[in-house]
Design a protein around this ligand. Structure first.
Ligand code: BGC
Length: 388
């Protein structure tokens, strides 16, 4: 059966600066990757060398039939020291936006995708009283990059980033991690005020903006009803409430969360993908349905969805099912404007290094040669047909 999508639906694929650019020596992840007892499986190093090869990347996206490319700005390249703006850094990203437009691609730009300059991190990071002003000033600095950008995301997945210190503390205490615990509230508040400060600048400049959140299909296990409501309020609802002020909300959906009476419960180990997420393609439609009920007036853009697998046929199978669930949610009334697949390239998957492969394109780790997988042409075909 054919599942269809609304007219002028946006189809694209995504990357993030630190995961593909390489050589991001001035951000806090680089420092963390190289620290003694680093929790990273390996360092990011040259990544996919996309800082130099971005034109080739854009050609691959445009050549496949997709119509959009999401990428992020690396704050540490634009403001390497506090208040010191690199014109060359800014120009680089402006050239990328122009490069998208020249190829007929809609650029979706994320201002901050997890990484921050070392100076920002060293001076209190997000919970510093100066953080919101610093992020607002950065937003103002990058306004020239954002002209003609149809969708700007302020912060990537603050609801996941605010969970990381909690996970770190649990790991240090040797506690079992069965799913994502509730986020740290102080960090949550800090992210949300930085988002608001950035939003004010973007709104003043007429830039279409939103927040991107990690979304889940929420599954209640026996006796977990109250816990589910409380957990979801902390992990999703408080963020959605703030996202409601935006022009759109970006949802990034990979899997489900199972909640029992004592919190998250691990899924069936047989269903775990390479990125330790439960194989659950229909989570896409389920999460979008809930978000559209909670935020009825806010358009949704799926800014990430995908699977880490070495089996490209499984990627196509997963995405087909995910898109069917999305199409059904749209048919039932969800206002979804686009779908962006994570990721264009096999890239640096944070703590897991280069092991889990989410890409539509394989990248040789020595030569950086890009080899498209069949899923790239397949997704381009879906975009062209506007149907799956
Ligand atoms: C992040 C990406 C990451 C992907 C897969 C999202 O949480 O935005 O940076 O690579 O999920 O884990």
């Amino acid at each position: 059966m054919t599942a269809t999508f609304p007219e002028s639906f946006l189809w694209g694929t995504a990357t993030a600066a630190h995961q593909v650019e390489g050589g991001n020596t001035q951000n806090h992840y680089w420092e963390w990757e190289h620290a003694e007892h680093s929790p990273f499986a390996e360092v990011s190093g040259d990544a996919c060398d996309s800082y130099h090869r971005w034109r080739e990347d854009l050609d691959l996206v445009a050549g496949s039939g997709l119509g959009a490319y999401r990428f992020s700005l690396e704050w540490s390249r634009i403001e390497p020291e506090e208040g010191e703006v690199s014109r060359a850094g800014l120009d680089h990203y402006r050239r990328m936006v122009d490069g998208c437009l020249e190829r007929g691609l809609s650029p979706l730009v994320t201002l901050m995708h997890f990484t921050t300059p070392r100076w920002f991190h060293a001076d209190g990071a997000w919970t510093s009283p100066k953080a919101a002003d610093r992020f607002a000033r950065f937003t103002e600095t990058v306004l020239p990059v954002l002209a003609d950008v149809p969708y700007t995301v302020t912060i990537n997945e603050p609801n996941l980033a605010a969970v990381l210190p909690v996970l770190g503390a649990m790991a240090a205490r040797g506690e079992a991690i069965e799913g994502l615990p509730r986020p740290d509230q102080r960090l949550t508040d800090a992210f949300l005020s930085a988002h608001r400060a950035s939003t004010e600048v973007l709104r003043g400049a007429g830039v279409t903006h939103g927040l991107s959140l990690v979304g889940q299909e929420w599954i209640v296990e026996d006796g977990g009803d109250d816990e589910l409501v409380a957990h979801r309020a902390a992990m999703e609802d408080q963020f959605l409430e703030v996202a409601a002020d935006g022009d759109f909300v970006g949802m990034q959906i990979y899997s489900c969360a199972r909640i029992g009476p004592d919190g998250p419960v691990a899924g069936d180990p047989a269903l775990m993908t390479k990125a330790h997420m439960e194989y659950r393609p229909g989570a896409l439609g389920a999460s979008v349905r809930r978000v559209s009920e909670v935020l009825p007036g806010t358009p949704i853009v799926v800014t990430e969805n995908g699977i880490a697998t070495g089996d490209d046929a499984q990627r196509v199978e997963f995405t087909t099912e995910a898109l069917r669930s999305l199409s059904a949610a749209i048919a039932d009334g969800a206002d979804v404007r686009g779908y962006v697949h994570w990721s264009l390239l096999d890239n640096f998957e944070w703590f897991a290094g280069y092991g889990p492969t989410f890409g539509l394109v394989e990248v040789d780790r020595q030569t950086f040669v890009r080899t498209p997988k069949p899923s790239l042409a397949w997704l381009g075909g879906v975009a062209q047909a506007n149907a799956v």
